[in-house]
Design a protein. Sequence first.
Length: 253
Amino acid sequence: MSGLDIFLFGVFPYICLTSFVVGHIWRWKHDKFGWTARSSEWYERRTLRWASPMFHFGLLGVIVGHFVGLVIPQTWTEALGIHENVYHAFALIGGLAAGLVMLIGLVGLAVRRLKTPAIRLATTPNDKFMFAVLGVVIFLGLSVTVYWQLIEGGYNYRESVSIWFRSIFYFNPQISDIAAAPLLFQLHALSAMFLFLIWPYTRLVHVFSAPVFYLWRPYIVYRTRDAETEPGAALTPRGWEKSELPGQKTSKR
Ligand code: HEM
Protein backbone atom coordinates (compact mmCIF):
# COMPACT_ATOMS: atom_id res chain seq x y z
CA MET A 1 0.00 0.00 0.00
CA SER A 2 1.67 3.22 -1.18
CA GLY A 3 1.41 6.78 0.14
CA LEU A 4 -0.67 7.61 -2.94
CA ASP A 5 -3.14 4.82 -2.07
CA ILE A 6 -3.43 6.21 1.46
CA PHE A 7 -4.19 9.68 0.12
CA LEU A 8 -6.57 8.59 -2.69
CA PHE A 9 -8.57 6.00 -0.76
CA GLY A 10 -8.06 7.07 2.87
CA VAL A 11 -7.99 10.89 2.80
CA PHE A 12 -9.55 12.07 -0.48
CA PRO A 13 -12.97 10.43 0.24
CA TYR A 14 -13.23 12.45 3.47
CA ILE A 15 -12.29 15.69 1.68
CA CYS A 16 -15.07 14.95 -0.85
CA LEU A 17 -17.72 13.96 1.70
CA THR A 18 -16.90 17.00 3.89
CA SER A 19 -17.25 19.23 0.83
CA PHE A 20 -20.56 17.51 0.03
CA VAL A 21 -22.07 18.12 3.48
CA VAL A 22 -20.53 21.52 4.35
CA GLY A 23 -20.90 22.76 0.76
CA HIS A 24 -24.66 22.12 0.76
CA ILE A 25 -25.10 23.94 4.08
CA TRP A 26 -22.98 26.87 2.82
CA ARG A 27 -24.87 27.02 -0.51
CA TRP A 28 -28.24 26.97 1.26
CA LYS A 29 -27.18 29.82 3.55
CA HIS A 30 -25.59 31.98 0.83
CA ASP A 31 -27.40 31.14 -2.40
CA LYS A 32 -30.98 30.08 -1.58
CA PHE A 33 -32.31 31.72 -4.73
CA GLY A 34 -29.69 30.04 -6.92
CA TRP A 35 -30.74 26.63 -5.53
CA THR A 36 -32.41 25.38 -8.69
CA ALA A 37 -32.07 23.01 -11.65
CA ARG A 38 -32.37 26.13 -13.86
CA SER A 39 -34.92 24.39 -16.05
CA SER A 40 -34.73 25.02 -19.80
CA GLU A 41 -38.06 23.35 -20.55
CA TRP A 42 -39.33 26.72 -21.80
CA TYR A 43 -36.92 26.65 -24.78
CA GLU A 44 -37.20 23.05 -25.94
CA ARG A 45 -39.47 20.18 -25.03
CA ARG A 46 -39.28 17.51 -27.74
CA THR A 47 -35.92 16.03 -26.75
CA LEU A 48 -36.39 16.87 -23.07
CA ARG A 49 -39.58 14.78 -22.98
CA TRP A 50 -37.68 11.50 -23.57
CA ALA A 51 -34.11 12.34 -22.52
CA SER A 52 -34.90 13.61 -19.01
CA PRO A 53 -37.05 10.62 -17.93
CA MET A 54 -34.50 8.21 -19.45
CA PHE A 55 -31.67 9.83 -17.52
CA HIS A 56 -33.56 10.03 -14.22
CA PHE A 57 -35.18 6.56 -14.34
CA GLY A 58 -31.85 5.03 -15.42
CA LEU A 59 -30.24 6.79 -12.47
CA LEU A 60 -32.87 5.38 -10.13
CA GLY A 61 -32.02 1.84 -11.32
CA VAL A 62 -28.28 2.53 -10.91
CA ILE A 63 -28.85 3.85 -7.36
CA VAL A 64 -30.81 0.70 -6.38
CA GLY A 65 -28.05 -1.48 -7.91
CA HIS A 66 -25.31 0.42 -6.09
CA PHE A 67 -27.21 0.16 -2.80
CA VAL A 68 -27.49 -3.63 -3.11
CA GLY A 69 -23.90 -4.07 -4.38
CA LEU A 70 -22.08 -1.64 -2.11
CA VAL A 71 -24.12 -1.28 1.08
CA ILE A 72 -25.54 -4.79 1.62
CA PRO A 73 -22.77 -7.25 2.61
CA GLN A 74 -22.35 -10.40 0.52
CA THR A 75 -22.89 -12.52 3.67
CA TRP A 76 -26.43 -11.09 4.00
CA THR A 77 -27.49 -11.92 0.43
CA GLU A 78 -25.92 -15.38 0.82
CA ALA A 79 -27.87 -15.90 4.06
CA LEU A 80 -31.00 -15.23 1.99
CA GLY A 81 -29.91 -18.02 -0.36
CA ILE A 82 -28.76 -15.70 -3.16
CA HIS A 83 -25.57 -17.23 -4.54
CA GLU A 84 -22.82 -14.96 -5.94
CA ASN A 85 -23.52 -16.27 -9.49
CA VAL A 86 -27.20 -15.31 -9.23
CA TYR A 87 -26.33 -11.89 -7.79
CA HIS A 88 -23.75 -11.42 -10.54
CA ALA A 89 -26.25 -12.26 -13.33
CA PHE A 90 -28.85 -9.83 -11.92
CA ALA A 91 -26.24 -7.09 -11.39
CA LEU A 92 -24.97 -7.54 -14.94
CA ILE A 93 -28.35 -7.48 -16.71
CA GLY A 94 -29.99 -4.86 -14.45
CA GLY A 95 -26.86 -2.71 -14.18
CA LEU A 96 -26.21 -2.71 -17.91
CA ALA A 97 -29.84 -1.89 -18.74
CA ALA A 98 -30.06 0.93 -16.17
CA GLY A 99 -26.60 2.31 -17.03
CA LEU A 100 -27.30 2.35 -20.78
CA VAL A 101 -30.70 4.03 -20.34
CA MET A 102 -29.02 6.65 -18.15
CA LEU A 103 -26.21 7.19 -20.66
CA ILE A 104 -28.60 7.57 -23.63
CA GLY A 105 -30.61 10.10 -21.56
CA LEU A 106 -27.45 12.05 -20.68
CA VAL A 107 -26.30 12.13 -24.33
CA GLY A 108 -29.80 13.33 -25.36
CA LEU A 109 -29.68 16.12 -22.76
CA ALA A 110 -26.16 17.16 -23.80
CA VAL A 111 -26.97 17.20 -27.54
CA ARG A 112 -30.14 19.21 -26.86
CA ARG A 113 -28.09 21.70 -24.86
CA LEU A 114 -25.58 22.11 -27.70
CA LYS A 115 -28.11 22.21 -30.54
CA THR A 116 -30.65 24.66 -29.08
CA PRO A 117 -29.08 28.17 -29.30
CA ALA A 118 -31.02 29.60 -26.33
CA ILE A 119 -30.02 26.69 -24.08
CA ARG A 120 -26.43 26.84 -25.31
CA LEU A 121 -26.30 30.50 -24.29
CA ALA A 122 -27.75 29.69 -20.85
CA THR A 123 -25.13 26.96 -20.28
CA THR A 124 -22.35 28.16 -17.99
CA PRO A 125 -18.77 26.78 -17.81
CA ASN A 126 -19.86 25.32 -14.45
CA ASP A 127 -22.62 23.31 -16.22
CA LYS A 128 -20.20 22.07 -18.88
CA PHE A 129 -17.71 20.92 -16.25
CA MET A 130 -20.45 19.15 -14.26
CA PHE A 131 -21.79 17.42 -17.40
CA ALA A 132 -18.25 16.27 -18.28
CA VAL A 133 -17.59 14.87 -14.77
CA LEU A 134 -20.99 13.12 -14.73
CA GLY A 135 -20.26 11.68 -18.19
CA VAL A 136 -16.86 10.35 -17.05
CA VAL A 137 -18.36 8.72 -13.91
CA ILE A 138 -21.08 6.99 -15.96
CA PHE A 139 -18.69 6.00 -18.75
CA LEU A 140 -16.22 4.47 -16.25
CA GLY A 141 -19.06 2.68 -14.42
CA LEU A 142 -20.31 1.14 -17.65
CA SER A 143 -16.73 0.26 -18.67
CA VAL A 144 -16.31 -1.60 -15.37
CA THR A 145 -19.48 -3.61 -15.97
CA VAL A 146 -18.83 -4.31 -19.66
CA TYR A 147 -15.13 -5.17 -19.30
CA TRP A 148 -14.97 -6.96 -15.96
CA GLN A 149 -18.40 -8.51 -15.68
CA LEU A 150 -19.22 -9.22 -19.34
CA ILE A 151 -15.92 -9.71 -21.19
CA GLU A 152 -13.72 -11.03 -18.34
CA GLY A 153 -16.55 -13.16 -16.93
CA GLY A 154 -16.84 -11.46 -13.51
CA TYR A 155 -14.86 -9.85 -10.70
CA ASN A 156 -16.33 -10.10 -7.21
CA TYR A 157 -16.06 -6.45 -6.15
CA ARG A 158 -18.18 -7.20 -3.08
CA GLU A 159 -15.04 -8.68 -1.48
CA SER A 160 -12.95 -5.55 -2.06
CA VAL A 161 -14.58 -2.33 -3.38
CA SER A 162 -17.76 -2.74 -1.30
CA ILE A 163 -15.81 -3.44 1.91
CA TRP A 164 -13.76 -0.25 1.36
CA PHE A 165 -16.91 1.75 0.51
CA ARG A 166 -18.67 0.77 3.77
CA SER A 167 -15.50 1.23 5.84
CA ILE A 168 -15.40 4.94 4.90
CA PHE A 169 -18.59 5.44 6.91
CA TYR A 170 -17.13 3.57 9.93
CA PHE A 171 -14.18 6.02 9.81
CA ASN A 172 -11.80 3.08 9.41
CA PRO A 173 -11.07 2.99 5.65
CA GLN A 174 -9.91 -0.42 4.44
CA ILE A 175 -7.45 1.03 1.91
CA SER A 176 -5.72 -2.27 1.05
CA ASP A 177 -9.05 -3.73 -0.17
CA ILE A 178 -9.66 -1.13 -2.88
CA ALA A 179 -5.90 -0.84 -3.62
CA ALA A 180 -6.02 -4.52 -4.64
CA ALA A 181 -9.03 -4.03 -6.97
CA PRO A 182 -8.56 -3.58 -10.75
CA LEU A 183 -7.68 -0.06 -11.94
CA LEU A 184 -11.05 0.57 -13.67
CA PHE A 185 -12.90 0.07 -10.36
CA GLN A 186 -10.50 2.46 -8.64
CA LEU A 187 -10.91 5.11 -11.33
CA HIS A 188 -14.71 4.81 -11.26
CA ALA A 189 -14.80 5.15 -7.44
CA LEU A 190 -12.41 8.14 -7.50
CA SER A 191 -14.37 9.91 -10.26
CA ALA A 192 -17.58 9.35 -8.25
CA MET A 193 -15.89 10.84 -5.17
CA PHE A 194 -14.86 13.86 -7.25
CA LEU A 195 -18.50 14.25 -8.36
CA PHE A 196 -19.51 14.40 -4.67
CA LEU A 197 -16.80 17.05 -4.10
CA ILE A 198 -18.17 19.45 -6.75
CA TRP A 199 -21.87 18.53 -6.28
CA PRO A 200 -22.92 21.39 -3.92
CA TYR A 201 -21.47 24.06 -6.23
CA THR A 202 -23.40 22.88 -9.31
CA ARG A 203 -27.04 22.68 -10.40
CA LEU A 204 -27.06 19.09 -9.03
CA VAL A 205 -28.26 20.63 -5.73
CA HIS A 206 -31.77 20.41 -7.21
CA VAL A 207 -31.78 16.72 -6.24
CA PHE A 208 -32.54 17.81 -2.68
CA SER A 209 -35.52 19.90 -3.69
CA ALA A 210 -37.15 17.52 -6.16
CA PRO A 211 -40.92 17.73 -5.51
CA VAL A 212 -41.26 14.09 -4.44
CA PHE A 213 -43.90 14.97 -1.82
CA TYR A 214 -46.15 15.87 -4.74
CA LEU A 215 -46.81 12.13 -5.03
CA TRP A 216 -48.50 12.15 -1.62
CA ARG A 217 -50.14 15.56 -1.78
CA PRO A 218 -53.77 15.76 -0.63
CA TYR A 219 -56.46 15.57 -3.30
CA ILE A 220 -57.56 18.84 -4.85
CA VAL A 221 -61.29 19.24 -4.23
CA TYR A 222 -63.27 20.85 -7.05
CA ARG A 223 -66.75 22.20 -6.34
CA THR A 224 -69.33 23.42 -8.80
CA ARG A 225 -70.37 27.08 -8.51
CA ASP A 226 -74.05 26.18 -9.04
CA ALA A 227 -74.17 24.29 -5.81
CA GLU A 228 -73.70 27.40 -3.67
CA THR A 229 -76.30 26.24 -1.24
CA GLU A 230 -74.66 22.87 -0.63
CA PRO A 231 -72.83 22.52 2.66
CA GLY A 232 -69.16 23.49 2.29
CA ALA A 233 -69.61 25.29 -1.04
CA ALA A 234 -67.96 28.68 -1.56
CA LEU A 235 -70.50 31.45 -0.90
CA THR A 236 -68.41 34.34 -2.24
CA PRO A 237 -68.24 34.36 -6.03
CA ARG A 238 -64.71 34.37 -7.45
CA GLY A 239 -63.33 36.13 -10.50
CA TRP A 240 -64.41 39.41 -12.17
CA GLU A 241 -67.43 41.19 -10.77
CA LYS A 242 -69.69 43.55 -12.68
CA SER A 243 -68.84 47.16 -11.75
CA GLU A 244 -71.76 49.27 -10.60
CA LEU A 245 -72.34 53.03 -10.66
CA PRO A 246 -73.00 54.79 -7.31
CA GLY A 247 -76.66 54.49 -6.43
CA GLN A 248 -77.25 51.75 -8.98
CA LYS A 249 -79.35 48.89 -7.69
CA THR A 250 -77.46 45.65 -7.21
CA SER A 251 -78.70 43.24 -9.84
CA LYS A 252 -79.71 39.82 -8.69
CA ARG A 253 -77.49 37.11 -10.03
C1 HEM B 1 -17.83 5.78 -4.50
C2 HEM B 1 -18.95 5.60 -5.12
C3 HEM B 1 -19.15 4.50 -6.15
C4 HEM B 1 -18.64 3.22 -6.18
C5 HEM B 1 -17.72 2.56 -5.14
C6 HEM B 1 -19.16 2.57 -7.36
C7 HEM B 1 -18.90 1.26 -7.75
C8 HEM B 1 -19.42 0.64 -8.86
C9 HEM B 1 -19.25 -0.75 -9.19
C10 HEM B 1 -18.53 -1.76 -8.29
C11 HEM B 1 -19.87 -0.99 -10.36
C12 HEM B 1 -20.01 -2.34 -11.10
C13 HEM B 1 -21.37 -2.93 -10.80
C14 HEM B 1 -21.61 -4.24 -11.49
O1 HEM B 1 -21.12 -4.43 -12.60
O2 HEM B 1 -22.28 -5.10 -10.91
C15 HEM B 1 -20.42 0.27 -10.81
C16 HEM B 1 -21.12 0.45 -11.99
C17 HEM B 1 -21.69 1.64 -12.39
N1 HEM B 1 -21.64 2.83 -11.70
FE1 HEM B 1 -20.80 3.14 -9.90
N2 HEM B 1 -19.95 3.46 -8.05
C18 HEM B 1 -19.98 4.64 -7.33
C19 HEM B 1 -20.66 5.78 -7.65
C20 HEM B 1 -21.35 5.99 -8.84
C21 HEM B 1 -22.04 7.21 -9.21
C22 HEM B 1 -22.11 8.47 -8.33
C23 HEM B 1 -22.58 7.00 -10.46
C24 HEM B 1 -23.41 7.90 -11.33
C25 HEM B 1 -23.69 9.14 -11.14
C26 HEM B 1 -22.23 5.66 -10.87
C27 HEM B 1 -22.58 5.08 -12.08
C28 HEM B 1 -22.34 3.78 -12.43
C29 HEM B 1 -22.83 3.16 -13.65
C30 HEM B 1 -23.67 3.87 -14.74
C31 HEM B 1 -22.42 1.84 -13.63
C32 HEM B 1 -22.70 0.77 -14.70
C33 HEM B 1 -24.08 0.20 -14.53
C34 HEM B 1 -24.22 -0.61 -13.27
O3 HEM B 1 -23.61 -1.67 -13.18
O4 HEM B 1 -24.93 -0.13 -12.36
N3 HEM B 1 -21.49 5.08 -9.85
N4 HEM B 1 -20.15 1.24 -9.87
